[in-house]
Ligand binder design. Structure first.
Ligand code: HEM
Length: 136
């Protein structure tokens, strides 16, 4: 475990390191998303100022922090969005890939400073969130 990590929320700690290294990761997250799912790019055609992309990622990150904190709303918000997205052309199996896309991007951004604890905590979040949403 490196010296920078605290006993606070390891996900929050990791997000702060990502912001320190790269600032806003929105550009890299959607670059990876559209490489994996080029068919999803056209759904954002009207989002010329990237505000929807930015807002969507921000809301997903808020869900990560809620789920690793108070667990007030993340599970129900994600379950609702999964249904909404199916209606706008995002199949559930593609919807679910967004979390992995985000984590893969974060791992890339931090490179060598991505720790074993980061790997463990993000995987724990991914498994926990998918299980909780599946039970909704
Ligand atoms: C590959 C996966 C995903 C794709 C392709 C996708 C696509 C989109 C698109 C095209 C919109 C704009 C809809 C519109 O114009 O009305 C949108 C909005 C939104 N998405 Fe996703 N989405 C994905 C995953 C997720 C996930 C996992 C969440 C979880 C919470 C989420 C939450 C939202 C929210 C909250 C908005 C509204 C943002 C706003 O209007 O500012 N999305 N999504």
């Amino acid at each position: 475990m490196s010296a920078v990590e605290t006993e606070s929320n390891p996900i929050e700690d990791c997000l702060e390191r990502i912001a320190a290294v790269h600032g806003d990761p929105t550009d890299l997250v959607y670059e990876r998303l559209f490489t994996k799912h080029p068919e999803m790019r056209e759904l954002f055609l009207l989002d010329r100022d990237n505000s929807v992309k930015g807002n969507m990622l921000a809301q997903v990150i808020e869900c990560f922090l809620d789920f690793t904190g108070e667990k007030h709303y993340a599970t129900s918000l994600i379950a609702t969005e999964k249904i909404n997205h199916d209606q706008i052309g995002v199949p559930p199996e593609t919807f679910e890939t967004f979390f992995v896309t985000i984590i893969d991007t974060f791992r890339d951004i931090l490179g060598d400073s991505w720790t074993e604890r980061d790997e463990t905590e993000w995987n724990r979040l991914l498994v926990g969130l998918n299980e909780a949403v599946a039970q909704q």
